[in-house]
Design a protein around this ligand. Structure first.
Ligand code: PPE
Length: 308
């Protein structure tokens, strides 16, 4: 990763190298943390953070699902996000808020541990490569099942959940694929290691519904709205692996991955389709402030108060 100047940590902007924790930190031992991934884009009107408030609301929900007191409101974290972007002088960056049970007691119960809250920002290019964004990626159905709703709450973007994703994407990469797609224990398509999944069939869009052990993706929500506004019907329903194999088009969505075409699933070639590229263009034009149609999703830093 590319280092930047400052990290917001528990209310202060500290130097990159001073943002440290003790090895006895609860979150390191038990994965008891939550995080977000947010992108800021450079636009003609300055740095715009894409759906920042929605991301911070999901952060708050994740904390609630882990019984974690953040101690900072969404408003405070919004200001902190803009502060760290300004401090690092990077209008275009990836933001990573993370909160975790800190150093105090060890033992699985988190009762009595303090909570650390941090926001990092650094430049992060195309998640699955520029080539993947343009020409699509190849994904492998994972042999690892997606965590179930009674295993860990999947609506929480919790750090520990990502062991599930890590195993899946590592297996896929070792087999020569770019990404993994996880199925639920019942065999329904859930999500990628870090993306939601969509298919196009007969001109309509399909994506797993929110109860299918998926992260409620903000890009997923964005794409549903864009697609509907462009006149497409979007179905949120359970999908099985053969729906992927028979799809006319398929793509993945995520803050990091944006809209990335899926050109193959396992050994089945799907190719890159026109509807995928239309939605990708609308998404990137919106995020980069080139299209006014969905401009409500861009959150600019509030102007600094004038000097007295
Ligand atoms: N599913 C999973 C499992 C997931 O991790 C993400 C985000 C999504 C769906 C899409 O959610 P959203 O970003 O709100 O549209 N994955 C983050 C990358 C994780 C990583 O560190 O790598 C992201 O895109 O920021």
């Amino acid at each position: 990763m590319r280092e930047t100047e400052k990290i917001w940590m528990n209310g202060d902007l500290v130097d990159w190298n001073d943002a440290r924790v003790h090895v006895g930190t609860h979150g390191l031992h038990y994965g008891s943390g939550i995080f977000e991934g947010i992108r800021a884009y450079e636009t003609a009107k300055g740095s715009a953070v894409f759906r920042l408030t929605e991301h911070l609301k999901r952060f708050e929900n994740s904390a609630r699902l882990l019984g974690m007191e953040l101690g900072y409101s969404v408003d405070a974290l919004r200001q902190a996000s803009h502060d760290v972007i300004a401090a690092n002088g990077l209008p275009e960056c990836y933001l990573r808020p993370i909160a975790f049970f800190g150093y105090g007691e060890l033992g699985v119960s988190a009762v009595g541990n303090p909570v650390d809250v941090v926001i990092m920002s650094w430049p992060w290019g195309a998640y699955l490569g520029e080539e993947g964004l343009k020409n699509g990626i190849r994904a492998k159905i994972s042999s690892w099942q997606r965590i179930g709703p009674n295993v860990i709450p999947h609506a929480a973007k919790a750090t520990g959940v990502y062991l599930n994703s890590m195993l899946a994407v590592t297996e896929a990469n070792r087999a020569g694929y770019d990404e993994a797609i996880l199925l639920t224990a019942e065999g329904y398509v859930a999500d990628g290691s870090g993306e939601n999944v969509f298919i196009v069939k007969d001109g309509e869009l399909f994506t797993p519904d929110l109860s299918t052990s998926i992260l409620p993706g903000i890009t997923r929500d964005t794409v549903i709205q864009i697609a509907q506004d462009l006149g497409y019907t979007v179905h949120e329903k359970s999908l099985i692996r053969s729906d992927l194999y028979l799809a006319d088009e398929a793509f993945m969505t995520g803050t990091a991955a944006e809209v990335t075409p899926l050109r193959a699933v396992d050994d089945v070639e799907i190719g890159v389709g026109a509807i995928t590229l239309e939605i990708q263009e609308a998404y990137l034009d919106t995020a980069r402030g080139r299209s006014e149609r969905w401009a409500q999703w861009l959150e600019y830093a509030t102007p600094a108060p004038a000097e007295a």
